[in-house]
Every structure is written in C-alpha cells, then in structure tokens.
Design a protein around this ligand. Structure first.
Ligand SMILES: Cc1ncc(COP(=O)(O)O)c(C=O)c1O
Length: 364
C-alpha cells in the first residue's frame, strides 16, 4: 500500500477516554519540570554568570562534575553546544574527530564541524559501538591532519538507546591513549546508561576526558546540559561558550531545576526502561510481519514496519488521530520513547491504538 495513498482507510478519531490519551511517545524531551523544580527555581540565589558567576549555576556545575568524577563543570544551554565545546576545547582547527557513523554528533550536529573547522570522520559501528579495527585504522596517521579526539555516545540514540559495554569503552580509551588522543562522551542520556548497567555514572565516565550530560531529556528539567572535564579544558570551554553566545546571565533560575534533576530524577529512569520493555513486548504480539519492535536496553523502542505496507508517516498520522504521538524514524521505522509522564495504563493505551491501526491498515 502506498504511503500517501488517498484510498487508505480512514481511522475514526477516538475519544481520548477510550485509550486514556493523549500519549506522547515522541521523545523524553517532552517531560515537564517537577513541582520541586519550580520551587527550587523560585528560591534560587542568582548572580550574573557572565560577570562574576551565578552561584546556583556554579553549584550545579560542581555537583555534576563530582558525580561524574571530573574536576570541573560548565553549564550550557544544550547538549549540542556541550558537544561542540568539548570538540573545540580539545583540538586545534583542522584536526580530525572520530565519531561512530550514526552518532548524534555526526548525524545531527554536523554543523559543529562547519563552525569549528574540524573534520568529523565517521567510524562504522554496530549497536552504537565503533568497530575497534576500523577505529585503530582511522587512528593511524595519514595525511597532514591528525586525529585529536574520539567521541563515544551512550546511550546511543540512533541505535535505539543502546548502552555501550564497559569493555568497549575501555578498549576505546586504550586505543586513544596509545595514539595520544583525547576522548569525549556524548552522554546526553548517560544516566540511562548507568541505571541500565546498575553502576554509578563515574564507572562509565572514567573512560573519557570530557562528558556532556543533558538535563532536559528523561531528567525533566526544562533546559540545559553540563559539560565536565579537567579544569584547563573547562576553562577553555567557558571562554569559547562566551564566544558562541552561550553565556547567560541569571541562569541559576534554570540551573536550579537542573540541581533537582540530578538530585532526584536519575534513579527513577529505571521506570522508563521498564515501560519501554512493556511497550516493546506488547507491540510484538500485534502483527509479526508488519510490526517488529526491538528489545530495548533503556527507554527507546524502535518499531520496524516490515518491507512493504504503509510507511512510517502513514502509521504516525493514523496513530496521531487516536491521540498517540510517535516519530517516523526513516521510512520504515517508528521511534517511541518512554518517560515519566507515562505509566502502564498509557502504554497499554498506546498498544491498543497500534492494534487498531494495524487492523485498519493491514487487514481493512
Ligand atoms: C545522544 C544525543 N546527544 C545530543 C543531543 C542534543 O541535545 P540538545 O537538544 O540538548 O542539544 C541529543 C538530542 O536528542 C541526543 O539524543
């Protein structure tokens, strides 16, 4: 059946009551601040972060650095800016940066290479982990420009929220050490990885010189990310942040929510992972050939749609009519992300909507 086939059977919009909707599975970035965050924001002690520092932002930077076993931290508006600053503060212009081919820094933040004058080079991988032979090959010196940074991503968004095995992180660290190259981890969802491994986050971050974590995904803060590393690197990143226009003034009002996120919202991520497993298992009972969900390691479920039949945009719009919001992830895949505004009942509601769409699209 063609995607935009106007002869597609229309699904009657259902009342949200029937499915317990709306159910937003597009991303964990849709999470709203908690009441405790609002409270902390209201009472936060503020200063000028571009002048002599904002005390609440400094408190957050120190807390995250401590949790991740690093010397210093830098509050940044987004993880994208944190990744860019990590690259710029640890390299010289025209150096090469090695990144797993499907990693967010390469697939979605390509602009970082344009802005920094760096050459982002993809290393093929599987499940988000770079192939180590390819990595070693890419590290061997060729041509005038040297590799100066390797980036890993955990959890790996485009691989379906996969967690890099510690042995892999250790091997990358060793290869980098042998080549005299620094290591950065895009840990936008690092706490999901730590929770999935049942380890404290510094057991992962010890394999990196710098790490960025995002506060506004499953941790539910409204905005912000923190870059951590050694003091000279963070000092340099702080200077570069100013140049990029990322230095904000009374930014403690946002950092306050980040403090609550770090203090109270990391351990509960396990609940999101359980919901993702529930969702995936139930989706796999609907239609073997047309709908195959991965077994999620964390909070991201990929639902693959088989080789023929309606494509992801058709499924997404039909689900949308039933109040279930999902994101097409390429033509034949949907991405579904669990988070704290969902519970067993809403997952079951989403599955009921999927079942109804499958009935209409595939059998109707
Ligand atoms: C793995 C990863 N890194 C970085 C980012 C960028 O985060 P931000 O939206 O805070 O720039 C994302 C966003 O989804 C992500 O999934």
């Amino acid at each position: 059946m063609n995607v935009r086939d106007s002869t597609l059977p229309a699904i009657e919009a259902c009342s949200s009551v029937e499915f317990g909707l709306p159910i937003d599975l597009r991303s964990d970035t849709v999470t709203q601040p908690t009441p405790a965050m609002y409270e902390r924001m209201r009472s936060a002690i503020l200063g000028d972060d571009g002048l002599d520092g904002d005390p609440t932002a400094r408190e957050l930077e120190a807390l995250v650095a401590d949790k991740l076993g690093k010397e210093a931290g830098l509050f940044v508006p987004t993880a994208t800016m944190g990744n860019l600053l990590a690259a710029m503060s640890q390299t010289q212009r025209q150096a090469k940066v090695l990144i797993e081919t499907n990693a967010h820094m390469l697939a979605s933040e390509w602009g970082g290479a344009i802005l920094s004058g760096l050459s982002y080079v993809g290393v093929p991988g599987s499940q988000g982990a770079m192939n180590l032979d390819s990595l070693r090959q890419a590290l061997s010196p060729t041509g005038p420009f040297q590799v100066e940074l390797i980036c890993m991503e955990t959890t790996h968004a485009n691989a379906g929220g996969t967690v890099l095995p510690l042995d892999h992180m250790r091997a990358v660290r060793e290869a980098a050490g042998t080549a005299g190259v620094r290591v950065h981890v895009d840990g936008a969802r690092l706490f999901n990885a730590a929770v999935a491994l049942n380890l404290s986050p510094d057991a992962l971050t010890c394999f990196a010189d710098t790490v960025v974590i995002c506060l506004s995904k499953g941790l539910s803060a409204p905005a912000g990310a923190v870059l951590v590393g050694d003091l000279p690197t963070i000092d340099k990143a702080r200077h570069l942040r100013k140049i990029l226009g990322g230095t904000q003034r009374q930014v403690g009002i946002v950092a306050a929510a980040g403090l609550v996120a770090i203090e109270t919202m990391t351990d509960r991520l396990v609940e999101d992972h359980l919901l993702a497993k529930r969702l995936s298992a139930a989706l796999n009972t609907i239609h073997d050939a047309a709908l195959q969900a991965n077994t999620p390691q964390t909070n991201i479920v990929f639902a693959d749609l088989g080789e023929s039949g309606p494509d992801s945009s058709v499924w997404a719009s039909q689900l949308n009519r039933l109040g279930v919001l999902v994101r097409p992830w390429g033509e034949r895949r949907l991405r579904l992300v669990t988070h704290r505004h969902l519970d067993d009942a809403s997952i079951d509601g989403a599955v009921a909507a999927f079942r109804k769409v499958a009935e209409v699209l595939l059998e109707g």
